[in-house]
Ligand binder design. Sequence first.
Ligand SMILES: *Cc1c(COP(=O)(O)O)cnc(C)c1O
Length: 415
Amino acid sequence: MTDDSTARLATRARELDAEHVSTDRRNAFVLPDGVVYLDGNSLGALSVAAREATRDAVERQWGEQLIRAWNDSEWWTAPERVGNRIAELVGAPAGTVVVGDSTTVSLYKAVHAAARMRPERRVVLTDPDSFPTDVHVTRGVCEQLGLTLELVSPGDAVARLEGSDDVALASYSQVDYRTGELWDLATITAAAHDAGALSCWDLCHSAGVVEVGLTAGGADFAVGCGYKYLSGGPGAPAFVFVAPEHLADFTNPILGWNGHATPFAMSPDHVAADGITRARVGTPPVLGIAALEGALTAYDGLDVGDVRRRSLSLTAFFVECLGGLGVDLPVVTPADDARRGSQVSLRHPDAYAVVQALIARGVIGDFREPDIVRLGFAPLYLSHEDVLAAAVLLRDVLDGREFERAEFATRAAVT
Ligand SMILES: *Cc1c(COP(=O)(O)O)cnc(C)c1O
């Protein structure tokens, strides 16, 4: 609260930034001056490489190569190529990840295919507090296949699975989008396997910031978002992972020509392609994939473990700053490193207005129902100094009761 504690925190911020200098990629990103961007978990920032890749895809490839670009610029194989780059980030082998559809559609493919691999079992587990699309998709698949959707929080999943023989699939997010809680992928997956069930993981809030460890954790299926921490741009294509041992049995519920063994044979019979290509559906969103491929170069030369350490340091330091500055909002996100994703969520009865007042001060976060100020820490372009600046501005917004201003009360369409 005092100038003393701010000065002490400023020194500490500089020390921590020096300690984590090897993972500083701030210069690879384009961010407006005067902004501390704490919403990289909702829409990752634009990188120079993503901008250039998009420009090249539009101007040279589309503009000059025209239809030839499908071969000459390897548009046709981009879904697998970019999938392989993401595979490295989430601890999966090459040939198990493909990009192209939205997270929602990717999840539909994974959950549907997985549930059908355990035809004698009738139950699918998912988290009632999951991002709504995950609950909707899982419910839809259950209705279509005549299965029972059971809403069980990830914290209760192991107990539900123990000794059971009715569960086909446990489908969970690795990091809770609202609270930032990190769930133990390996433990829940092992419990599913012990019960003869499969697991599907949504990595929307973990890909690129957590050592996901799909292979190490034995995950069967996974999906994740391209436009959050991976910074692939608005509406970027998502990815789907199918473990190598399931590829041969994976039946895509949307049989399209891109998942066909010989798409240009133009045959009316469907023969699924070998490998992860069978998870493709229709013509891929080439421009979106180009932006994502450019964005992923921000990870070149980086070890995800080091990125994770930086992320944990940023979030822990933010909480330390709140303490040092006398901001006493309840922190929803677990303090334990092993249980914390890359965000810090705080509770406030006027959370929406607090977020709006913060944005007016240049700290961009977001609001989540019912009372959550959600702040995401994208480690590649945030520094500990940014984190301290955000904490100071949050203190000012609260101390000056800036959130009570009438202009911050009206809700926009996207919160
Ligand atoms: C962001 C997010 C999505 C988004 O799905 P879209 O199909 O891109 O709209 C889905 N699930 C989770 C857990 C998310 O965090």
